[in-house]
Write a protein that binds this ligand. Structure first.
Ligand code: ACO
Length: 423
Protein backbone atom coordinates (compact mmCIF):
# COMPACT_ATOMS: atom_id res chain seq x y z
CA UNK A 1 0.00 0.00 0.00
CA UNK A 2 1.47 3.40 -0.92
CA UNK A 3 2.13 5.79 1.98
CA UNK A 4 -0.15 8.50 0.62
CA UNK A 5 -3.70 9.76 0.52
CA UNK A 6 -5.74 10.23 -2.65
CA UNK A 7 -8.16 13.13 -2.84
CA UNK A 8 -10.95 13.23 -5.41
CA UNK A 9 -12.61 16.54 -6.25
CA UNK A 10 -16.17 15.39 -6.89
CA UNK A 11 -16.97 18.62 -8.73
CA UNK A 12 -14.56 17.72 -11.53
CA UNK A 13 -13.87 14.02 -10.90
CA UNK A 14 -10.12 14.78 -10.80
CA UNK A 15 -7.95 12.93 -8.30
CA UNK A 16 -4.55 13.68 -6.89
CA UNK A 17 -2.25 11.88 -4.51
CA UNK A 18 -0.43 13.44 -1.55
CA UNK A 19 2.49 11.52 -0.01
CA UNK A 20 2.39 10.98 3.75
CA UNK A 21 5.68 12.21 5.24
CA UNK A 22 6.49 12.09 8.97
CA UNK A 23 2.91 11.14 9.78
CA UNK A 24 1.26 14.02 7.90
CA UNK A 25 0.71 15.65 4.53
CA UNK A 26 2.10 18.83 3.04
CA UNK A 27 -0.68 21.42 2.76
CA UNK A 28 1.02 23.02 -0.26
CA UNK A 29 0.11 19.88 -2.26
CA UNK A 30 -3.52 20.51 -1.38
CA UNK A 31 -3.20 24.19 -2.25
CA UNK A 32 -1.57 23.48 -5.60
CA UNK A 33 -4.21 20.95 -6.61
CA UNK A 34 -7.26 22.69 -5.13
CA UNK A 35 -6.46 26.42 -5.27
CA UNK A 36 -8.88 28.56 -3.27
CA UNK A 37 -10.21 25.67 -1.14
CA UNK A 38 -9.30 26.27 2.52
CA UNK A 39 -8.98 24.04 5.53
CA UNK A 40 -11.01 25.32 8.47
CA UNK A 41 -9.11 24.41 11.62
CA UNK A 42 -9.91 26.70 14.58
CA UNK A 43 -7.51 26.13 17.45
CA UNK A 44 -5.09 24.32 15.09
CA UNK A 45 -6.29 20.90 16.23
CA UNK A 46 -5.08 19.23 13.02
CA UNK A 47 -2.61 21.73 11.59
CA UNK A 48 1.14 21.40 12.15
CA UNK A 49 2.24 25.04 12.01
CA UNK A 50 5.94 24.31 11.61
CA UNK A 51 8.69 21.74 11.46
CA UNK A 52 10.76 21.76 14.64
CA UNK A 53 13.72 19.78 15.98
CA UNK A 54 13.42 20.94 19.60
CA UNK A 55 10.83 18.94 21.52
CA UNK A 56 9.16 15.65 20.77
CA UNK A 57 5.78 15.15 22.37
CA UNK A 58 3.88 11.89 21.96
CA UNK A 59 0.58 12.64 23.65
CA UNK A 60 -0.91 9.19 23.16
CA UNK A 61 1.92 7.52 25.05
CA UNK A 62 2.75 10.29 27.52
CA UNK A 63 6.28 10.85 26.12
CA UNK A 64 8.18 14.15 26.30
CA UNK A 65 11.77 14.56 25.07
CA UNK A 66 13.93 17.67 24.69
CA UNK A 67 16.27 17.25 21.71
CA UNK A 68 15.78 13.50 22.07
CA UNK A 69 16.51 13.27 25.80
CA UNK A 70 13.60 11.89 27.92
CA UNK A 71 12.22 14.43 30.39
CA UNK A 72 12.55 11.86 33.19
CA UNK A 73 16.35 11.63 32.66
CA UNK A 74 16.79 15.39 32.44
CA UNK A 75 14.73 15.97 35.59
CA UNK A 76 16.80 13.42 37.49
CA UNK A 77 20.32 14.19 36.27
CA UNK A 78 20.46 17.63 34.68
CA UNK A 79 20.11 21.22 35.80
CA UNK A 80 17.91 23.96 34.41
CA UNK A 81 20.84 25.88 32.92
CA UNK A 82 22.20 22.77 31.23
CA UNK A 83 18.71 22.13 29.79
CA UNK A 84 18.60 25.76 28.57
CA UNK A 85 21.88 25.13 26.71
CA UNK A 86 20.53 21.89 25.26
CA UNK A 87 17.30 23.46 24.03
CA UNK A 88 19.02 26.42 22.43
CA UNK A 89 22.09 24.72 20.98
CA UNK A 90 20.66 21.30 20.21
CA UNK A 91 23.33 19.33 22.12
CA UNK A 92 24.34 18.91 25.74
CA UNK A 93 27.40 21.06 26.56
CA UNK A 94 30.83 19.69 27.43
CA UNK A 95 32.25 20.86 30.78
CA UNK A 96 33.98 23.91 29.30
CA UNK A 97 30.86 24.99 27.38
CA UNK A 98 28.70 24.46 30.46
CA UNK A 99 31.02 26.47 32.70
CA UNK A 100 31.09 29.35 30.22
CA UNK A 101 27.32 29.29 29.78
CA UNK A 102 26.71 29.32 33.56
CA UNK A 103 29.21 32.17 33.92
CA UNK A 104 27.55 34.16 31.14
CA UNK A 105 24.04 33.70 32.54
CA UNK A 106 25.16 34.47 36.10
CA UNK A 107 26.91 37.67 35.04
CA UNK A 108 24.02 39.19 33.08
CA UNK A 109 21.34 39.10 35.76
CA UNK A 110 21.34 42.81 36.58
CA UNK A 111 18.92 45.17 34.88
CA UNK A 112 19.07 48.89 34.21
CA UNK A 113 18.25 50.96 37.31
CA UNK A 114 15.60 52.88 35.40
CA UNK A 115 13.59 49.68 35.16
CA UNK A 116 13.43 49.47 38.94
CA UNK A 117 13.18 53.16 39.82
CA UNK A 118 10.92 54.44 37.08
CA UNK A 119 9.23 51.48 35.48
CA UNK A 120 8.25 49.19 38.36
CA UNK A 121 7.37 52.06 40.65
CA UNK A 122 4.81 53.21 38.10
CA UNK A 123 2.54 50.22 38.62
CA UNK A 124 -0.50 50.35 40.85
CA UNK A 125 0.22 48.89 44.31
CA UNK A 126 -1.84 45.72 43.65
CA UNK A 127 -0.64 45.07 40.09
CA UNK A 128 -0.56 41.37 39.15
CA UNK A 129 3.09 40.23 38.78
CA UNK A 130 2.29 38.59 35.43
CA UNK A 131 1.00 41.90 34.07
CA UNK A 132 4.19 43.54 35.30
CA UNK A 133 6.37 40.80 33.82
CA UNK A 134 4.74 41.02 30.37
CA UNK A 135 5.33 44.78 30.31
CA UNK A 136 8.85 44.58 31.78
CA UNK A 137 10.03 42.07 29.18
CA UNK A 138 8.64 44.28 26.38
CA UNK A 139 10.29 47.32 27.97
CA UNK A 140 13.70 45.61 27.87
CA UNK A 141 13.65 45.90 24.07
CA UNK A 142 14.01 49.66 24.50
CA UNK A 143 17.21 49.15 26.50
CA UNK A 144 18.70 46.85 23.85
CA UNK A 145 17.75 48.39 20.50
CA UNK A 146 20.45 46.31 18.77
CA UNK A 147 18.23 43.28 19.45
CA UNK A 148 16.35 44.26 16.28
CA UNK A 149 19.29 42.94 14.29
CA UNK A 150 17.83 39.46 14.28
CA UNK A 151 19.75 38.29 11.18
CA UNK A 152 23.04 38.18 13.14
CA UNK A 153 23.31 34.81 14.95
CA UNK A 154 25.82 36.12 17.52
CA UNK A 155 23.55 39.04 18.34
CA UNK A 156 20.63 36.61 18.71
CA UNK A 157 22.62 34.55 21.24
CA UNK A 158 23.47 37.68 23.23
CA UNK A 159 19.75 38.53 23.56
CA UNK A 160 18.92 34.91 24.43
CA UNK A 161 21.58 35.00 27.15
CA UNK A 162 20.14 38.26 28.49
CA UNK A 163 16.56 37.05 28.60
CA UNK A 164 17.46 33.83 30.44
CA UNK A 165 19.69 35.77 32.86
CA UNK A 166 17.26 38.59 33.58
CA UNK A 167 13.98 36.62 33.67
CA UNK A 168 14.26 35.77 37.41
CA UNK A 169 15.40 39.33 38.23
CA UNK A 170 12.35 40.83 36.50
CA UNK A 171 10.07 38.25 38.10
CA UNK A 172 11.38 38.77 41.64
CA UNK A 173 11.24 42.52 41.12
CA UNK A 174 7.56 42.25 40.14
CA UNK A 175 6.88 40.35 43.36
CA UNK A 176 8.81 42.76 45.58
CA UNK A 177 7.07 45.72 43.94
CA UNK A 178 3.67 44.07 44.48
CA UNK A 179 4.26 43.78 48.25
CA UNK A 180 6.12 47.06 48.67
CA UNK A 181 9.43 45.44 49.65
CA UNK A 182 12.81 46.82 48.55
CA UNK A 183 14.35 45.08 45.59
CA UNK A 184 17.12 42.51 46.23
CA UNK A 185 20.02 42.55 43.78
CA UNK A 186 21.22 39.30 42.18
CA UNK A 187 23.91 37.33 44.04
CA UNK A 188 26.50 35.90 41.66
CA UNK A 189 27.70 33.33 44.19
CA UNK A 190 24.37 31.49 44.10
CA UNK A 191 23.10 29.15 41.40
CA UNK A 192 20.16 30.06 39.17
CA UNK A 193 17.35 28.75 41.41
CA UNK A 194 19.06 29.87 44.63
CA UNK A 195 19.58 33.35 43.27
CA UNK A 196 15.91 33.63 42.33
CA UNK A 197 14.84 32.48 45.81
CA UNK A 198 17.25 34.97 47.33
CA UNK A 199 15.79 37.84 45.28
CA UNK A 200 12.32 36.72 46.37
CA UNK A 201 12.80 36.16 50.10
CA UNK A 202 15.95 37.89 51.35
CA UNK A 203 15.28 40.48 54.05
CA UNK A 204 18.17 41.63 56.25
CA UNK A 205 20.47 38.59 56.37
CA UNK A 206 23.90 39.10 54.70
CA UNK A 207 23.29 36.18 52.34
CA UNK A 208 20.09 34.21 51.78
CA UNK A 209 20.86 30.51 51.25
CA UNK A 210 17.73 28.47 50.58
CA UNK A 211 17.20 24.89 51.70
CA UNK A 212 18.92 22.73 49.00
CA UNK A 213 15.84 20.49 48.71
CA UNK A 214 13.71 23.52 47.83
CA UNK A 215 16.18 25.05 45.37
CA UNK A 216 16.64 21.67 43.65
CA UNK A 217 12.86 21.17 43.51
CA UNK A 218 12.50 24.59 41.91
CA UNK A 219 15.27 23.77 39.43
CA UNK A 220 13.47 20.54 38.48
CA UNK A 221 10.17 22.39 38.06
CA UNK A 222 11.92 24.85 35.75
CA UNK A 223 13.30 21.89 33.72
CA UNK A 224 9.80 20.40 33.43
CA UNK A 225 8.42 23.70 32.12
CA UNK A 226 11.34 24.49 29.80
CA UNK A 227 9.57 23.57 26.57
CA UNK A 228 6.41 21.98 25.29
CA UNK A 229 6.56 22.44 21.51
CA UNK A 230 3.76 24.39 19.77
CA UNK A 231 1.56 25.37 22.72
CA UNK A 232 -0.43 28.61 22.87
CA UNK A 233 2.39 30.87 24.10
CA UNK A 234 5.07 29.39 21.83
CA UNK A 235 2.75 29.68 18.86
CA UNK A 236 2.10 33.31 19.79
CA UNK A 237 5.86 33.86 19.92
CA UNK A 238 6.45 32.21 16.56
CA UNK A 239 3.67 34.29 15.00
CA UNK A 240 5.05 37.55 16.41
CA UNK A 241 8.63 36.55 15.59
CA UNK A 242 7.63 35.77 12.00
CA UNK A 243 7.10 39.51 11.49
CA UNK A 244 10.76 39.94 12.56
CA UNK A 245 9.87 41.75 15.78
CA UNK A 246 12.79 41.79 18.25
CA UNK A 247 13.03 38.87 20.73
CA UNK A 248 11.93 40.94 23.76
CA UNK A 249 8.68 41.91 22.03
CA UNK A 250 8.17 38.33 20.83
CA UNK A 251 8.76 36.89 24.31
CA UNK A 252 6.48 39.52 25.88
CA UNK A 253 3.72 38.31 23.52
CA UNK A 254 4.40 34.71 24.52
CA UNK A 255 4.29 35.67 28.21
CA UNK A 256 0.89 37.29 27.64
CA UNK A 257 -0.28 34.04 26.05
CA UNK A 258 0.88 32.14 29.10
CA UNK A 259 -1.07 34.41 31.46
CA UNK A 260 -4.51 32.93 30.70
CA UNK A 261 -6.12 30.28 32.96
CA UNK A 262 -6.38 27.77 30.13
CA UNK A 263 -2.60 27.80 29.75
CA UNK A 264 -0.02 28.91 32.34
CA UNK A 265 -2.66 30.38 34.64
CA UNK A 266 -4.07 26.92 35.33
CA UNK A 267 -1.72 26.28 38.28
CA UNK A 268 -3.25 29.27 40.07
CA UNK A 269 -6.74 28.16 39.07
CA UNK A 270 -6.10 24.70 40.59
CA UNK A 271 -5.46 26.20 44.03
CA UNK A 272 -8.61 28.36 43.77
CA UNK A 273 -10.55 25.23 42.85
CA UNK A 274 -9.09 23.17 45.72
CA UNK A 275 -9.90 25.98 48.15
CA UNK A 276 -13.44 26.24 46.83
CA UNK A 277 -13.92 22.51 47.30
CA UNK A 278 -12.74 23.12 50.84
CA UNK A 279 -12.70 19.60 52.24
CA UNK A 280 -12.17 15.99 51.36
CA UNK A 281 -15.89 15.24 51.81
CA UNK A 282 -16.91 17.70 49.10
CA UNK A 283 -14.78 16.13 46.35
CA UNK A 284 -17.40 13.76 44.96
CA UNK A 285 -20.10 16.42 44.70
CA UNK A 286 -17.61 18.75 43.01
CA UNK A 287 -16.82 16.07 40.42
CA UNK A 288 -20.54 15.69 39.76
CA UNK A 289 -20.85 19.45 39.21
CA UNK A 290 -18.03 19.36 36.65
CA UNK A 291 -19.62 16.39 34.90
CA UNK A 292 -22.86 18.35 34.76
CA UNK A 293 -21.07 20.96 32.66
CA UNK A 294 -20.56 23.53 35.41
CA UNK A 295 -16.88 24.44 35.31
CA UNK A 296 -13.82 22.31 34.66
CA UNK A 297 -11.49 20.23 36.70
CA UNK A 298 -8.54 22.59 36.54
CA UNK A 299 -5.16 20.92 36.05
CA UNK A 300 -6.85 18.15 34.08
CA UNK A 301 -6.94 17.63 30.34
CA UNK A 302 -4.57 18.59 27.61
CA UNK A 303 -4.84 19.23 23.88
CA UNK A 304 -2.05 16.80 23.07
CA UNK A 305 -1.69 14.40 26.02
CA UNK A 306 -4.31 11.71 25.96
CA UNK A 307 -2.41 9.87 28.69
CA UNK A 308 -0.90 10.90 32.04
CA UNK A 309 1.29 13.96 31.53
CA UNK A 310 4.82 12.67 32.30
CA UNK A 311 5.65 16.00 33.93
CA UNK A 312 2.76 15.64 36.39
CA UNK A 313 4.19 12.30 37.55
CA UNK A 314 7.62 13.87 38.25
CA UNK A 315 6.04 16.86 40.02
CA UNK A 316 4.01 14.52 42.21
CA UNK A 317 7.19 12.66 43.26
CA UNK A 318 9.00 15.90 44.08
CA UNK A 319 6.04 17.19 46.07
CA UNK A 320 6.77 14.57 48.72
CA UNK A 321 10.39 15.79 49.06
CA UNK A 322 9.29 19.40 49.34
CA UNK A 323 6.58 18.65 51.90
CA UNK A 324 9.18 16.92 54.11
CA UNK A 325 10.85 20.32 54.43
CA UNK A 326 7.86 22.65 54.36
CA UNK A 327 5.20 20.48 55.97
CA UNK A 328 2.32 19.04 53.97
CA UNK A 329 0.08 21.36 52.02
CA UNK A 330 -3.39 20.75 53.51
CA UNK A 331 -4.91 20.92 50.03
CA UNK A 332 -2.92 17.83 48.96
CA UNK A 333 -5.49 15.37 50.30
CA UNK A 334 -8.23 17.04 48.28
CA UNK A 335 -6.05 16.92 45.16
CA UNK A 336 -5.18 13.24 45.63
CA UNK A 337 -8.84 12.36 46.14
CA UNK A 338 -9.86 14.36 43.07
CA UNK A 339 -7.29 12.56 40.97
CA UNK A 340 -8.29 9.15 42.32
CA UNK A 341 -11.98 9.67 41.57
CA UNK A 342 -11.46 11.31 38.19
CA UNK A 343 -9.13 8.57 36.94
CA UNK A 344 -11.82 5.98 37.69
CA UNK A 345 -14.74 8.00 36.31
CA UNK A 346 -16.14 7.30 32.83
CA UNK A 347 -16.62 11.00 32.06
CA UNK A 348 -12.89 11.65 32.44
CA UNK A 349 -11.77 8.28 31.09
CA UNK A 350 -13.84 8.55 27.90
CA UNK A 351 -12.42 12.03 27.22
CA UNK A 352 -8.84 10.99 28.08
CA UNK A 353 -8.62 13.60 30.82
CA UNK A 354 -5.59 13.08 33.05
CA UNK A 355 -3.68 15.41 35.40
CA UNK A 356 -1.46 17.83 33.52
CA UNK A 357 1.69 19.51 34.84
CA UNK A 358 -0.32 22.22 36.57
CA UNK A 359 -2.31 19.90 38.81
CA UNK A 360 0.43 19.52 41.44
CA UNK A 361 2.82 22.42 40.78
CA UNK A 362 0.63 24.96 42.59
CA UNK A 363 0.66 22.81 45.73
CA UNK A 364 4.47 22.83 45.75
CA UNK A 365 4.70 26.55 45.02
CA UNK A 366 2.24 27.27 47.79
CA UNK A 367 4.14 25.09 50.25
CA UNK A 368 7.28 27.03 49.31
CA UNK A 369 5.43 30.24 50.24
CA UNK A 370 4.98 31.62 46.74
CA UNK A 371 1.83 33.71 46.54
CA UNK A 372 -0.65 32.44 43.99
CA UNK A 373 -0.21 35.30 41.59
CA UNK A 374 3.47 34.31 41.23
CA UNK A 375 2.71 30.77 40.02
CA UNK A 376 2.42 31.70 36.35
CA UNK A 377 5.49 33.91 36.68
CA UNK A 378 7.44 30.81 37.76
CA UNK A 379 6.12 29.03 34.69
CA UNK A 380 7.33 31.92 32.53
CA UNK A 381 10.87 31.74 33.95
CA UNK A 382 10.93 28.03 33.16
CA UNK A 383 9.52 28.41 29.65
CA UNK A 384 11.97 31.13 28.65
CA UNK A 385 14.59 28.80 27.03
CA UNK A 386 11.89 26.97 25.10
CA UNK A 387 10.47 30.19 23.71
CA UNK A 388 13.93 31.40 22.77
CA UNK A 389 14.92 28.09 21.17
CA UNK A 390 11.77 28.28 19.02
CA UNK A 391 12.40 31.91 18.17
CA UNK A 392 15.98 31.14 17.13
CA UNK A 393 14.94 28.07 15.15
CA UNK A 394 12.28 30.02 13.26
CA UNK A 395 14.62 32.90 12.44
CA UNK A 396 17.35 30.46 11.31
CA UNK A 397 14.85 28.68 9.07
CA UNK A 398 13.71 32.04 7.69
CA UNK A 399 10.07 30.99 8.02
CA UNK A 400 7.45 32.96 6.14
CA UNK A 401 5.33 35.47 8.01
CA UNK A 402 2.37 33.80 9.77
CA UNK A 403 -0.79 34.73 8.02
CA UNK A 404 -3.66 32.24 8.31
CA UNK A 405 -6.76 32.52 6.17
CA UNK A 406 -10.32 32.84 7.44
CA UNK A 407 -13.73 31.69 6.31
CA UNK A 408 -15.78 34.87 6.12
CA UNK A 409 -19.29 34.38 7.55
CA UNK A 410 -20.37 38.04 7.93
CA UNK A 411 -22.88 40.02 5.84
CA UNK A 412 -22.41 40.27 2.09
CA UNK A 413 -22.06 43.71 0.48
CA UNK A 414 -24.57 46.35 1.64
CA UNK A 415 -24.81 50.10 1.27
CA UNK A 416 -23.92 52.61 3.97
CA UNK A 417 -26.98 54.15 5.67
CA UNK A 418 -26.69 57.67 7.17
CA UNK A 419 -27.29 57.64 10.95
CA UNK A 420 -30.46 59.75 10.58
CA UNK A 421 -32.04 56.98 8.46
CA UNK A 422 -31.19 54.06 10.76
CA UNK A 423 -33.77 52.47 13.13
N1 ACO B 1 -12.60 19.24 33.20
C1 ACO B 1 -13.77 18.74 32.73
N2 ACO B 1 -14.01 18.51 31.43
C2 ACO B 1 -13.03 18.79 30.57
C3 ACO B 1 -11.79 19.30 30.98
C4 ACO B 1 -11.59 19.52 32.36
N3 ACO B 1 -10.43 20.00 32.81
N4 ACO B 1 -11.00 19.48 29.91
C5 ACO B 1 -11.72 19.10 28.85
N5 ACO B 1 -12.95 18.67 29.25
C6 ACO B 1 -14.01 18.12 28.41
C7 ACO B 1 -14.71 19.20 27.62
O1 ACO B 1 -15.82 19.71 28.31
C8 ACO B 1 -15.06 18.46 26.37
O2 ACO B 1 -16.18 17.66 26.66
P1 ACO B 1 -17.34 17.44 25.53
O3 ACO B 1 -16.66 16.66 24.44
O4 ACO B 1 -18.42 16.70 26.23
O5 ACO B 1 -17.75 18.82 25.09
C9 ACO B 1 -13.89 17.51 26.14
O6 ACO B 1 -13.37 17.27 27.45
C10 ACO B 1 -12.81 18.06 25.23
O7 ACO B 1 -12.42 19.35 25.75
P2 ACO B 1 -11.86 20.54 24.87
O8 ACO B 1 -12.10 21.82 25.60
O9 ACO B 1 -12.42 20.41 23.48
O10 ACO B 1 -10.32 20.20 24.82
P3 ACO B 1 -9.18 21.21 24.36
O11 ACO B 1 -8.12 20.33 23.82
O12 ACO B 1 -9.72 22.28 23.49
O13 ACO B 1 -8.73 21.90 25.72
C11 ACO B 1 -7.61 22.31 27.76
C12 ACO B 1 -7.59 21.54 26.43
C13 ACO B 1 -7.77 23.81 27.51
C14 ACO B 1 -6.26 22.10 28.47
C15 ACO B 1 -8.78 21.76 28.64
O14 ACO B 1 -8.59 20.39 28.91
C16 ACO B 1 -8.93 22.56 29.94
O15 ACO B 1 -9.60 23.60 29.95
N6 ACO B 1 -8.33 22.06 31.06
C17 ACO B 1 -8.38 22.76 32.32
C18 ACO B 1 -7.38 23.91 32.31
C19 ACO B 1 -5.96 23.42 32.44
O16 ACO B 1 -5.62 22.58 33.28
N7 ACO B 1 -5.09 23.97 31.59
C20 ACO B 1 -3.65 23.67 31.62
C21 ACO B 1 -3.25 22.95 30.38
S1 ACO B 1 -1.58 22.44 30.48
C22 ACO B 1 -0.71 23.84 30.25
O17 ACO B 1 -1.07 24.76 29.55
C23 ACO B 1 0.57 23.88 30.89
Amino acid sequence: MPDSVTITDNRTGESFEIPIVDGGVDASEWRNNLPGLWFLDPGFTTTASTESAITELDGANGILRYRGYPIEQLAEHSTFLEVCYLLINGELPNQQQLDKWIYDVTHHTFIHENMRKRFYEGFHYDAHPMGMLVSAIAALSTFYPEAKNIEDPINRLIQINRLISKGPTLAAMAYRASIGMPFVYPDNELNYAENFLSMMWKIAEPRYIPDPVLSRALDVLLILHADHEQNCSTTALRVIGSSHADPYSSVAGATAGLYGPRHGGANEAVIHMLRDIGSYENVESFIETVKGGDGRLMGFGHRVYKAYDPRARIVKDHAEEVFKVTGKNPLLDIALKLEEIALEDDYFKSRNLYPNVDFYTGLIYQAMNFPMDMFTVLFAIGRMPGWLAHWNEAIEANVRISRPRQVYVGPSERNYVPVSERD
